[in-house]
Write a protein that binds this ligand. Structure first.
Ligand SMILES: [Zn+2]
Length: 226
């Protein structure tokens, strides 16, 4: 039996239903609840259809393109002077952030002193923002450089900031290689962007305290010197 062709009226109904869905919360939509949880991972289609092999230069690089669109469209959490912070489209955990220089450079050794310093500052502030917003219990930081080292987009340097919680490495990611995401990336971006200024103020206070502690230690060092 063949399926009948969808008519124009059907297409209009579909378009209306999709507009309704975007304007209505989930509780008002029809559905039949059952005992199963679901993993929504349609975003991975982008990974399947737009592999990293397609990144040839600045013009095809997602990290160069992201700052040219709006924060919401690109999932940008914060824009600095020489670097910016963006949500990873393929998160290991909810809130997985990337700190990227605006310049299209592959290696950490290609950064200027200012870029390296700002990447460090944004990484620390990203950790504080994740701490404020999600009460992360730990963090993984890292830069994979070169495809052999596991860089998905090797042509454009990026630092991973991954929040960790007790029990987040359960059987799903380990056995089934599937992560359960309880929030959309758009929602996560809004939450993190909303706490960024507070995290930046916290960062400035901590820097002052750290500088005082370091100065005290240096002072003691002078006295101890023969
Ligand atoms: Zn780039």
């Amino acid at each position: 039996m063949t399926r009948p062709e969808a008519s124009d009226a059907d297409a209009r109904d579909l378009a209306r239903a999709s507009a309704d869905a975007s304007a209505t919360d989930g509780f008002a939509l029809p559905g039949a609840p059952d005992a199963f949880e679901r993993f929504w991972n349609a975003h991975r289609m982008a990974y399947v259809t737009q592999g990293s092999d397609q990144v040839k230069d600045e013009h095809t690089c997602p990290f160069c393109a992201a700052p040219q669109r709006s924060d919401g469209e690109s999932l940008i959490v914060h824009r600095g002077r020489t670097a910016y912070v963006v949500l990873n489209l393929y998160p290991y955990n909810p809130g997985h952030l990337l700190v990227c220089p605006y310049r299209h450079v592959p290696l950490y050794t290609d950064t200027t002193a200012e870029e390296a310093a700002e990447m460090a500052e944004l990484t620390q502030t990203a950790m504080l923002a994740l701490g404020h917003a999600t009460r992360a219990a730990g963090y993984n930081l890292g830069m994979n450089q070169g495809s052999v080292a596991g860089a998905g987009i090797a042509a454009h340097l990026h630092q991973h900031v991954v929040p960790r919680w007790t029990g987040d490495g359960n059987f799903l990611p380990i056995i089934a290689r599937t992560k359960n995401m309880s929030q959309t990336l758009g929602e996560t971006r809004e939450i993190l962007a909303g706490v960024w200024d507070e995290a930046a103020a916290d960062h400035a206070r901590r820097q002052e305290a750290n500088a005082r502690a370091a100065a005290e230690r240096a002072g003691r060092g002078d006295e101890d010197r023969p």
